[in-house]
Design a protein around this ligand. Structure first.
Ligand SMILES: [Zn+2]
Ligand SMILES: [Zn+2]
Ligand SMILES: [Zn+2]
Ligand SMILES: [Zn+2]
Ligand SMILES: [Zn+2]
Ligand SMILES: [Zn+2]
Length: 345
C-alpha cells in the first residue's frame, strides 16, 4: 500500500515515514532567522532528520529528495503531487485547499459531531471523511499496518535482572507493557507500575524470546507466523534466529524474509520477519480485523464487498464480545490502546 516508486526503492512503510510524521514543522530556522523564508517547512527523505528552511535546503540538502510541508488551519499537509512520487497514498482522503490537492500528515482533533453522520469514517480515528476513503491522514494509514508498540517489543532486551527488585526471587525482566511501551520489567514492577495495563509475558526457548500464542493473539494478528509447541504450550518467536547449518534435506517451507526452514506452510519464522514483510510488501497485517478484513479473508472479494455493509455492524458486535479491543493507537503521539465505542472504557 505504501510503496510509491517500486518495491525495491520504496518500502511500504519507508524508513523516513515515521520521522516525517513526528517532525515539528514551521519553527524558525536558527541559522537563517533574519531571512524572509526561514520557516522550517522542508523534510529530507535522505537525511530523515529535523525540518529545515528554504536556505538550508539549497546548502545542506542540495540534490536530496525533499518534500515541502504546508499548513491548513494549523495542520501539516503535503501536496499530493509531491508525496505520491515517493509513497503510495491510496486510501487516504485528499482535499483541495487553495486550488492544490493535499493530504494531512496526521490525525487531527475531531470536530464536535454535528448530527448528520458521514457514511465514510477513518478506520483508525473514526473521523468523518468526505469521500469513500479508508484513512483521514498518512498517520492513520500507517497505524493500520503496524501497532505502535510492536517495534518496541521486538527491540526490547528481556531477562535482565530488575534493578529495583534484584533481591527478590522473580526479578527477571520478562514483561512488556503495551500501554507504556518502554523497557522490560519484572513481576513486582507489573503489580505496581503497570497495574491494570495490558502486559504480555516473554518466555525463553533455547535463549530466544518467545511469547505464548494465547497471549499474543489477543492483541496482534499473528496469521502467517510459524508456531511451535514448547513445554506443552504453543508459542512463537519474537525475532529471527541465527540459522542452523543446512542439513541436506531442504524444507519446502521457507520464511519469506530470512529463508529459515519452517515446519509447516507458514510465511514467516517470527513476528520480526512478519514486520519486515509488511513493511516491504503490505500483503499482511498485524491489526486484528474489526470489520471487512476478517470477512474478506473468508469469502470471495466480490461477495465480501456486498456483504460488508450488511454484516459490518453484526460482525463487529460479535467480535467485540469474543475478543479484547484492537491494538490501534489513535495517535502516534498518544500512548495506550484506545477502545472503540462498542466496548466502552
Ligand atoms: Zn535554515
Ligand atoms: Zn538531506
Ligand atoms: Zn484518522
Ligand atoms: Zn521490578
Ligand atoms: Zn504500563
Ligand atoms: Zn524469518
Amino acid at each position: 500500500m505504501f510503496c510509491g516508486v517500486s518495491k525495491q526503492e520504496a518500502m511500504l512503510v519507508p524508513s523516513w515515514l515515521e520521522s516525517l510524521l513526528s517532525s515539528d514543522f514551521f519553527s524558525v530556522c536558527s541559522s537563517h532567522k533574519d531571512s524572509p523564508r526561514s520557516e522550517c517547512n522542508m523534510f529530507c527523505l535522505d537525511c530523515q532528520d529535523d525540518a529545515f528552511c528554504f536556505y538550508c535546503r539549497s546548502t545542506r540538502h542540495k540534490d536530496h529528495p525533499v518534500i515541502q510541508i504546508r499548513r491548513s488551519s494549523y495542520h501539516d499537509v503535503v501536496r499530493v503531487t509531491e508525496i505520491e512520487k515517493v509513497l503510495d497514498i491510496s486510501g487516504v482522503q485528499t482535499y483541495v485547499i487553495n486550488s492544490a490537492r493535499v493530504l494531512f500528515l496526521n490525525e487531527r482533533p475531531q470536530p464536535k459531531t454535528t448530527g448528520k453522520a458521514s457514511s465514510h469514517l477513518c478506520e483508525i480515528c473514526r473521523r468523518s471523511l468526505l469521500d469513500p476513503f479508508r484513512f483521514c491522514s498518512l498517520g492513520c494509514k500507517e497505524a493500520m499496518l503496524v501497532p505502535s508498540w510492536l517495534e518496541s517489543l521486538l527491540s526490547s532486551d528481556f531477562f535482565s535482572v530488575c534493578s529495583s527488585h534484584k533481591d527478590s526471587p522473580r526479578s527477571e525482566c520478562n514483561m512488556f507493557c503495551l500501554d507504556c511501551q518502554d523497557d522490560a520489567f519484572c513481576f513486582y514492577c507489573r503489580s505496581t507500575r503497570h497495574k491494570d495495563h495490558p502486559v504480555i509475558q516473554i518466555r525463553r526457548s533455547s535463549y530466544h524470546d518467545v511469547v505464548r500464542v494465547t497471549e499474543i493473539e489477543k492483541v496482534l494478528d499473528i496469521s502467517g507466523v510459524q508456531t511451535y509447541v514448547i513445554n506443552s504450550a504453543r508459542v512463537l518467536f519474537l525475532n529471527e534466529r541465527p540459522q542452523p547449518k543446512t542439513t541436506g534435506k531442504a524444507s519446502s517451507h521457507l520464511c519469506e524474509i530470512c529463508r529459515r526452514s519452517l515446519l509447516d506452510p507458514f510465511r514467516f519464522c517470527s513476528l520480526g520477519c512478519k514486520l519486515v514483510g509488511i513493511k516491504r510488501n503490505g500483503d499482511a497485517s498485524f491489526i486484528l480485523s474489526t470489520k471487512n478484513d476478517e470477512i474478506t479473508e473468508r469469502m470471495p472479494r466480490r461477495l465480501a464487498a456486498k456483504a460488508e455493509e450488511e454484516l459490518r455492524e453484526g460482525i463487529q458486535q460479535e467480535m467485540y464480545q469474543s475478543m479484547p479491543p484492537p491494538p490501534h493507537s489513535n495517535s502516534r503521539r498518544r500512548k495506550g490502546i484506545p477502545q472503540r465505542a462498542p466496548l466502552g472504557p
